[in-house]
Every structure is written in structure tokens, then in C-alpha cells.
Design a binder for this molecule. Structure first.
Ligand code: NAI
Length: 369
């Protein structure tokens, strides 16, 4: 079945969700509230589907659908790689951020509530804790409202630092980041803290942001050199750390990359997963799969939801380091891309949990009989 989404684009919806393994994709149109939203539930094998909601002025509905499908699947893999008992989901609201209003957010809250806890959401691009409070007027299935844990960005950045350390240890056989040249693209909530942590570890920084105020601040604070946005990925550095938007690793940029390691927070860094993952391998560039290295945010909101504990969050963060080392070793041993190795690892962990649940179920049935 094909569904026409706009004049230029048709999406084979059922074929696509079948191939990607989604359980449900739900659409909500509330013209009165100005809401057009999609929620994709990829998997609930490990627990309720968790994933933040992104509000974005998508140029067409097919782009919104592609985004929600890819991001929700990424959440399943992210949770599995981070050993969290949750599944993967994602919400997108198709809107111009300047048109965001209370009634739109409340209508979205009713949409989330209609899923009765199958989907738990939080804040992604263009949504803030005050926006989440409007959503929470209609549903309890929203996390990160009070920012009990201080927001996800600092924890995400701490995870990125651990990911850089794992990659440096694997590729360069070095424990220290002293003198390491790192190019950080994007100095927002996460990138700014990544730059700070790297500076504290003695790295030499090169930074870029579309906002001059951000680059100037980081240059002043940490002695970073400023690079133009269209050159940051191509600098002769040890590590390129994409902390801005997705799609930065593509056919145009990859041939220009001189860094031997790519380790950053941005979601969906590979424009096309297989093609661009293979191009990086062919260039002998060690790529830290985005959903593994940037899991700190999810680890943070999960513990916010179940009862915050610094020790548990630290344990979760340390697992980013060990899981990445496992992925690098697997990729090297099986001669596959790190992206493929991460996907296999996530699927193995989900399969093991499923089998564990089945065994428990059998045990209970035997005890009851
Ligand atoms: P943000 O919106 O605070 O910062 C992004 C920064 O990138 C902005 O300062 C923007 O001006 C800059 N930027 C955009 N395009 C650029 C370009 N072409 N070149 C240079 N700079 C550019 O976002 P945040 O929260 O720092 O997140 C960064 C990335 O990490 C996003 O892709 C996000 O999805 C991902 N991520 C964030 C998490 C979090 O805890 N905030 C968790 C997991 C992933």
C-alpha cells in the first residue's frame, strides 16, 4: 500500500514500518488546537516506549514521518545499549516554533494520554520544561518537567567525554586526552559542556557554531580556536565531535574528514546509515554510534522517573564507555561497521531479555500447576 504524503513524495508506509520493525505509528490532527503530530512506537520488548518529543517546522509531512521512524528505532537501540528496561518511541509535532502555544501542547498531551503509558515522553528540539508542564496538564506520561536532575545536557556531555576516551584508548592506545586535538561542531547545551570537559582534560580545542556568541564564549573560556561552520569537520585533528544537527556525515563531508575518530552527541549523524557507515570504515575512521555515545540524556531522564540516584547515573554513564569498547572490538573482529556492530549488540540484548522473560513465564506456569 502506498500513501501519498505530498506531491513530490510517496512513502510505502506499511513496507517501511515492517522493514524497520515498528509496532505502531499514530497520527493526530486537531485543527482547532493547531496540532499535527505523529508518535511512533518502535518496541516495547524491554518496557514502555520512551522517547522525547521534537517540535519542528518540517517542510513536508514525509520528512516528519521519516524523522519519527528513524529516531524511535534509535531509541530502542539506545535503551538496549544502555541496559535500560525501556523500549523505543518518539513524538514529533509538525509546527513552526513561533506558533507553539498552550492549547497545541495540551492537545499533544491528550494524544500521549490516549496511549495509556505505552509511550513516555520528554523534551527534545524546540520544547522546554515549561512546555512539558502544559503537556503534563493532560497526561502523567511525561518526564523531565521539574528538571530534578538538572536537565539531560550535562549528563549527555559527560557520556560523550567517556565515549571519546573509549575511542582514543581503542584507536590510539592512549589513556590521556592531554594535547589531543578535538574539533567540536555546535556549542549549544551539550557541545559547550563537551568543550569544557575536554579543556579540563588538557585537549586542544577547535570549535564552531552558527551563533558567534557561543564560539566567542568558548574561545575566551578555554582558549579554543574558532573555525568556520563549513570547515570544522575537515580540520586536521584527532577527533571530530559533531554536537549540532544530524546528517553531518554524508557523501560530501566524509571524504574531507581528516580526524581518525568521530565521537559526538548529535542524533542521526550518518545521513544514510549503511552507505556512510561503510565510507567511514573504508577511510579507517572510528565512528562512535550516536545512539550509544549520546545515551546520557536518556539515562538521566530514566533515573529522574524511577527515583534519582547519582550512583546509578554514574554506573549508566560508565556503561557507555564499556559498551563502546565492546562495539569497537566486535566491529573489528567481524569486519563490520561500528554502526552495524552496535545494532547487532542491541538486538542481542533485546533477544536475551525476551528469552529471560519467556523462561520466567514458564517457571511461573510450572509453579502454579
Ligand atoms: P542545542 O540546540 O542546545 O545546540 C545546538 C547548537 O548547534 C546550537 O548552538 C546551534 O547554533 C549549533 N549549530 C546548528 N547547526 C550548526 C552548524 N551547521 N555548524 C555549527 N553549529 C551549528 O542542542 P543540544 O541540546 O546541545 O543537542 C545537540 C545535539 O545532540 C542534537 O543533535 C541533539 O539531538 C543531540 N542530543 C542532545 C541531548 C541532550 O541531552 N540535550 C541528548 C542526546 C542527543
Amino acid at each position: 500500500m502506498t500513501i501519498g504524503l505530498n506531491q513530490e513524495c510517496t512513502v510505502k508506509l506499511f513496507e517501511t514500518i515492517g522493514e524497520m520493525g515498528h509496532q505502531q505509528v499514530l497520527f493526530r490532527h486537531d485543527p482547532e488546537a493547531g496540532l499535527k503530530a505523529i508518535i511512533a512506537i518502535h518496541s516495547q520488548e524491554l518496557g514502555p516506549a520512551m522517547g522525547a518529543t521534537r517540535l519542528f517546522p518540517y517542510t513536508n509531512e514525509a520528512d516528519a514521518l521519516r524523522d519519527v521512524l528513524r529516531l524511535s528505532r534509535g531509541m530502542t537501540y539506545k535503551a538496549a545499549c544502555a541496559n535500560l528496561p525501556v523500549g523505543g518511541g518518539k513524538g514529533v509535532i509538525i509546527a513552526d516554533p513561533t506558533h507553539k502555544n498552550d492549547s497545541m501542547l495540551k492537545a499533544y498531551g491528550r494524544f500521549v494520554e490516549s496511549l495509556k503509558g505505552q509511550f513516555i515522553t520528554g523534551q527534545d528540539v524546540n520544547l522546554s520544561p515549561p512546555d512539558l508542564r502544559h503537556i503534563r496538564c493532560e497526561t502523567d506520561y511525561v518526564v523531565g518537567v521539574e528538571e530534578k536532575a538538572g536537565g539531560p545536557a550535562p549528563i549527555t556531555a559527560a557520556g560523550v567525554l567517556l565515549g571519546i576516551k573509549a575511542a582514543v584508548e581503542f584507536k590510539l592506545q592512549r589513556q590521556s586526552l592531554e594535547g589531543l586535538k578535538v574539533a567540536v561542531q555546535g556549542l549549544g547545551n551539550v557541545g559547550k559542556t563537551v568543550a569544557k570537559l575536554l579543556a579540563e582534560h588538557g585537549a586542544q580545542l577547535f570549535v564552531s557554531d552558527l551563533k558567534a556568541a557561543n564560539t566567542e564564549e568558548v574561545a575566551d573560556l578555554y582558549g579554543a580556536a574558532i573555525a568556520p561552520p563549513n570547515e570544522i569537520h575537515a580540520l586536521p585533528v584527532d577527533v571530530f565531535s559533531p554536537c549540532a544537527m544530524g546528517g553531518i556525515l554524508n557523501s560530501q563531508t566524509i571524504p574531507q574528514i581528516q580526524a581518525g575518530i568521530i565521537a559526538g552527541a548529535a542524533n542521526n549523524q550518518l545521513e544514510h546509515e549503511q552507505q556512510h557507515g561503510s565510507m567511514l570504515s573504508a577511510q579507517n575512521i572510528l565512528y562512535c554510534p550516536d545512539y550509544v555515545i549520546n545515551a546520557g540524556g536518556l539515562i538521566n531522564v530514566y533515573h529522574d522517573m524511577v527515583g534519582y540516584s547519582d550512583a546509578k547515573v554514574l554506573e549508566g554513564l560508565n556503561s557507555i564507555y564499556s559498551t563502546l569498547l565492546e562495539i569497537f572490538a566486535k566491529a573489528s573482529q567481524l569486519e563490520i561497521t561500528t554502526h552495524e556492530a552496535a545494532k547487532q549488540l542491541a538486538e542481542e540484548r533485546i533477544q536475551r531479555k525476551k528469552e529471560g522473560k519467556r523462561e520466567k513465564g514458564k517457571g511461573r506456569a510450572l509453579n502454579e500447576s
